[in-house]
Design a protein around this ligand. Sequence first.
Ligand code: AMP
Ligand code: TRP
Length: 330
Amino acid sequence: MKRIFSGAQPTGNLHLGNYLGALRNWTQLQHEYESFFCIVDLHALTQPQNPQSLITKTKELAKLYLAAGIDPTVSTIFIQSDVAEHTELTWLLNCQTRIGELERMTQFKEKGRNTERESTGVGLLDYPVLMAADILLYQTDLVPVGEDQKQHLELTRDLAQRFNRDYGETFRIPEPFIPKAGARIMSLSDPTKKMAKSDVDPSGSIGLLDDADIVTRKFKRAVTDSGTEIKFDNTRPAITNLLTIYALLTNQTNEQVENNFAGKGYGQLKSELSEACIAFLQPFQERFHNITDEHLRDILTGGARRARESASQTLDTVKERLGIVGARGI
Ligand code: AMP
Ligand code: TRP
């Protein structure tokens, strides 16, 4: 059975973009692939975090995975820092990675943009190497992510290919899996930007834990384009974004959605969209609140054990190839 690996950062404020671009696909793919879904807490450290709230957000993200429909009897769900192999492989890969490759990453350039070199953490630069280690440890075939992670996947492939060339066949070369629709859900307040956790203006994103009133208010305030026709149209990003969300939430084709709204106005679209979103969020949030800490701890402990079994095999091979065998080699 082929393998998939994916993860999200426990940085709070998970939104509809994370669900439609990533989580939702994971729940579908888990039945076709052997699946590993990770809560990448070490990645979150690339930005300042309050320790207590990092613990809370880590727990929250694990519950969101389960509420979204990731089935722990089918998939392995675990916390990155529970499997030390991730940090160990990161060092070994760091020594095969060039600074220039990392400085070219768009996400690094964007996140570091407002900060001086003197105050930008090394972790932010090294972030994609930790991500490559996550993926390569599991001999992953496919990595389901949103559009924004494509460049990191390309770097992962480059590092794996280089290692295999220099030290012998070690890593499987992973492919990105980017959904045709939903890979880039845009902000409701500025449809030229993606919906983002870090959005300073919270009205642009629908939080997965937002209540019905907030959801209705946010859709009501969502910006629209000029013109009145409700159609998918690349030159009208706001309306296209709203229609994309609607189509995904109601499992309809673009054509069905356009037919549904033919002759209707923006007000109607927004109110049907709010309804569809609330119909999805209510049972989702109910599942979220029903998961006990004890149950969660069992799942994550078992997940870490299974993950470690796979990860340690790959790491042993890598170390052998590099001549890092410790006292055993003497
Ligand atoms: P992150 O929030 O960076 O931990 O991302 C978790 C997952 O959600 C990744 O696979 C991202 O590619 C995906 N994602 C984040 N923002 C969006 C968005 N606006 N639209 C679609 N997918 C997204
Ligand atoms: N960098 C990803 C993001 O911000 C999260 C991530 C870390 C990831 N390691 C991964 C995604 C491995 C897929 C595979 O969204």
